[in-house]
Write a protein that binds this ligand. Structure first.
Ligand code: FAD
Length: 296
């Protein structure tokens, strides 16, 4: 970790990007511009979220299908257990398979407005059940969620890790973490996963924060702590959006550098449908755009 800042990083990292389905034509254009900007970095995959409460079924499907049809990038669809029967969820998954989508991010999901998850009478009870159900219909590549600071509803950190192990044993090959702001949280979690016999790929989810107030609103629900030093770093920058971006990139890039020094070679970026911060951090990690990788 005592290497000079980012000097000479060879770019031997894999990256993936997460987007949410757009609600309007303007947002669709912004999303597509972001995908165009990030595509030349040749992500291993990009994923599209599924709205809380299962509210974006059609929009998620349309976005994933468009990425699959119009780009060379592997597209992954998030799918949750919320508000639908097993039969309906399996039907959605089958539609993905038929559209050529081979990667699902399988989640339990949450009810809208941060309420507790409510089990549908004919639904999947948890992500473990969903993973097993998906594996029965097709050999999907499956990623699942993991929580370095423990899921807020878990009884204890160990039961959360046991749950992750069950998701891997049910057929997931990768765990993508909730965002966090201290590389040590990830390293401790990685050690605990290894001790529990979890040998699947553990990919840190990176959220470049440029608006600490907004992030605080949903961080609590996600089980992620916002450190006090972050408030200090953004203090006085309310009217300086460009400086906020620079500070955001610096904080996230510094954490990525620590993760890299600790052996991490795959980073998953929560882009919030904006490319520049993720692009800059990937650049600092040594990734360079491959012009041939651009969308035709
Ligand atoms: P699960 O793995 O089923 O676990 C949920 C909780 O129940 C955990 O606390 C777990 O420890 C506990 N648990 C499960 N089974 C047991 C058991 N048998 N005994 C004891 N405890 C148990 N949400 C969306 O709505 N849409 C998305 O697109 C989306 N994408 C996400 C992407 C990533 C990378 C991450 C990290 C989260 C995402 N989420 C998304 C949020 C996620 O849906 C919520 O965090 C949800 O509350 C838990 O989902 P899960 O798949 O982790 O659930």
């Amino acid at each position: 970790i005592d290497t000079p800042l980012f000097a000479g990083l060879p770019g031997d990292v894999e990256i993936s990007f997460e987007f949410f389905p757009p609600k309007s034509e303007k947002m669709e254009q912004q999303l597509w511009d972001s995908i165009m900007t990030l595509a030349p970095l040749q992500p291993r995959f990009v994923s599209v979220t599924y709205g809380a409460g299962g509210s974006t079924r059609e929009r998620t499907h349309a976005t994933v299908a468009r990425i699959a049809a119009e780009t060379e990038i592997a597209a992954a669809a998030h799918l949750t257990c919320v508000g639908a029967s097993k039969e309906e969820i399996i039907e959605t998954a089958q539609q993905y398979w038929d559209a050529g989508v081979r990667h699902i991010v399988a989640l339990r999901g949450d009810a809208p407005d941060g309420e507790q998850f409510v089990l549908h009478p004919q639904g999947f009870a948890s992500a473990v059940d969903l993973v097993a159900g998906l594996k029965k219909i097709a050999p999907f590549e499956i990623s699942v969620a993991a929580y370095p600071e423990t899921h807020p509803a878990a009884n204890c950190p160990q039961s959360d890790i046991d749950n992750l192990k069950r998701k891997i044993d049910a057929g997931a090959s990768r765990a993508i973490t909730q965002f966090f702001f201290d590389a040590e949280h990830f390293f401790r979690f990685r050690d605990s996963c290894a001790a529990a016999g979890i040998d699947a790929e553990l990919v840190p989810g990176i959220l470049p924060v440029s608006n600490v107030g907004q992030t605080r609103k949903f961080a609590g629900m996600c089980g992620a702590a916002i450190p006090n030093w972050m408030d200090d770093l953004f203090e006085g920058l309310d009217d300086h959006p460009a400086s906020r971006q620079l500070v955001a990139a610096t904080i996230a890039a510094e954490m990525c550098r620590k993760l890299y020094a600790g052996g991490v070679r795959h980073f998953h970026f929560y882009t919030l449908n904006r490319a520049e911060l993720s692009f800059a951090i990937c650049h600092l990690l040594g990734k360079r755009a491959n012009i041939e990788g651009e969308i035709a």
